[in-house]
Design a protein around this ligand. Structure first.
Ligand SMILES: Cc1cc2nc3c(=O)[nH]c(=O)nc-3n(C[C@H](O)[C@H](O)[C@H](O)COP(=O)(O)OP(=O)(O)OC[C@H]3O[C@@H](n4cnc5c(N)ncnc54)[C@H](O)[C@@H]3O)c2cc1C
Length: 475
């Protein structure tokens, strides 16, 4: 059951539009990708801080650790290339929220939301200042994001989102049908909620720039260095022994920014790897641009449970992603899963939103794996007598918040008691997902129920039950 209104002509437009799309990530295929960094080959190389994962979490952890203490010897290991995980293949929406949006924050941490919002604003300022300080050219701009209503029962959700943000002092506006259409011409848009605090970035250039910034501070980054095991206190030194296929590292402290990959057994029950899919079009001609308006280049999303996110890039392509969130039994992560029938569905939805763009071609189609928790916010914790700290589970909203998540992980790894580590959001764990095969059955039932709600506007018994115990499924 699809809650999204597909126009009949969109099916044929989608088939033609996808015919030549290359199965690779647009962002990381661009010119300017740095040369490969050498894998770790040393045996028993000693360092103060090892960071596993060269995505945003790992890179921000490296930068902030060196900013705090330039004398620290910091080494980053990644199984692939910098930004190859979710960080280099996402939509590039930079939302200041640390809580998967204000509504989630208010309902899950009503007592802490003020502190979380203040920390979010401080983090967003720090994020932007760091890009400037290190000269990271990642096309960051701040056009805001509009959440569009595309079916009647979205109208109320859009208005409620506006009212909640307005009550919390957000820089927001509620757009009528005419105002929404004046910004972006789609026959489907009914009303819109504009949040002017959301920015857009080129995520791969951001990851590459952060890696260079870390190196400029003296951090060593090794790519193609998959961590295959940890040992506590190996060799009698008390350090954590980290093994890769070609080397070993002895680290006093370790930060894990490994996203959806289950490096520690204990995170397997809390973090679900969920595939999300994305399309990128060729650059639009000036005639095509005139057909759609969108001069403000706002980030767009629609208001359903299963929602799309889309943006007009600075070189006038359209990125279009989201909607399906695909979990593969029993938590499989595999590059073959990046290509999917979800791309066809996305293309059909794209031409339903923009029928006037019939004839436009997609140049790239890709997928990425999202680290999903049952409460949509990251999970923090420590292992091995507190020497290893992790920050994983951003559930599709980590471009901005990973900088803050990295800081929490550093606090935990160095045993610091801070305002951040005292937060319930940091101290408590989300409700774990059940083991397989119940997990897959639960995901299927939840997805079907969410899709049904998108059609009917009503939450069924299953979803209301999950709401009661505080479990959700999102990407
Ligand atoms: C398709 C898609 C669209 C998204 N859109 C948005 C968006 O518009 N806005 C937003 O805020 N968020 C978005 N997100 C989420 C956002 O991209 C993530 O929250 C964020 O990038 C997480 O960063 P990370 O560093 O924690 O994880 P990752 O970027 O996934 O990095 C984890 C790294 O760990 C490495 N690793 C894993 N296991 C090992 C091992 N054993 N040894 C060595 N290295 C290992 C991986 O190779 C990887 O590089 C999206 C995600 C996806 C997939």
């Amino acid at each position: 059951m699809s809650g999204f209104p597909v126009a009949p002509a969109a099916r044929e437009a989608a088939r033609r539009g996808l015919a030549d799309a290359e199965p690779r990530v647009f962002w990381t295929s661009q010119a300017g990708r740095p040369a490969i960094r050498e894998p770790l080959t040393e045996i028993d190389r000693v360092c103060d801080l090892a960071i596993i994962g060269a995505g945003f979490t790992g890179l921000w952890a490296a930068i902030q650790a060196k900013e705090e203490d330039p004398a620290l010897d910091v080494v980053v290991l990644d199984q692939g290339r910098v930004g190859d995980g979710a960080s280099g293949r996402n939509g590039g929406f930079v939302d200041p929220s640390l809580t998967h949006g204000l509504h989630q924050g208010v309902s899950t941490w009503p007592d802490e939301i003020g502190t979380l919002e203040a920390m979010a604003a401080e983090n967003f300022d720090g994020w932007r200042e760091s890009l400037e300080r290190y000269g990271i050219e990642a096309d960051f701009h701040l056009p805001g994001e509009i959440t569009m209503s595309v079916v009647p029962h979205h109208d109320e959700a859009v208005r409620e989102a506006y009212e909640l943000h307005a009550a919390h002092g957000g820089d927001v506006a509620l757009l009528s049908r005419e105002e929404a259409y004046a910004r972006v011409h789609s026959p489907l848009f009914r009303t819109g909620f504009l949040d002017r605090q959301v920015g857009l970035v080129d995520p791969a250039r951001l990851a590459w720039g952060l890696a260079e910034a870390a190196e400029s501070l003296g951090v060593r980054i090794h790519e193609l260095s998959k961590v295959t095991g940890f040992e506590d206190g190996g060799g009698g030194s008390g350090a954590v022994v980290i093994k890769t296929d070609s080397g070993t590292l002895l680290a006093e402290r370790v930060v894990l920014g490994t996203g959806a990959w289950p490096v520690l057994n204990r995170t397997r029950f809390y973090v679900l790897p969920v595939y999300d899919h994305v399309l990128m079009t060729e650059p639009l001609t000036s005639a095509q641009l005139a057909e759609i308006g969108w001069e403000g280049r706002e980030g767009l999303a629609d208001a359903g449970n299963q929602f799309h996110y889309y943006r007009r890039t600075l070189d006038d392509r359209i990125l279009f992603g989201g909607y399906d969130a695909n979990y593969h039994f029993p938590g499989r992560i595999d590059p073959t899963l990046e290509q999917s029938e979800s791309h066809t569905l996305l293309a059909e939805h794209f031409f339903s939103i923009f029928p006037q763009l019939d004839g436009l071609r997609f140049t790239h189609r890709w997928g990425g794996v999202i680290d999903t928790t049952s409460r949509f916010t990251p999970m923090f914790g420590t292992a091995m007598r507190g020497k290893v700290a992790y920050a994983v589970g951003y559930t599709g909203l980590g471009v901005g918040s990973t900088r803050w998540g990295a800081r929490v992980a550093l606090d935990l790894a160095f045993g610091r008691d801070t305002e951040r580590t005292r937060l319930a959001m940091v101290r408590s764990k989300p409700i774990p997902f059940p083991p397989e095969p119940v997990r897959s059955i639960g995901v299927r039932l939840t997805r079907a129920s969410l899709a049904r709600e998108d059609v009917t506007g009503r939450r069924n018994l299953w979803l209301r039950g999950l709401d009661k115990v505080g479990i959700g499924f999102d990407s």
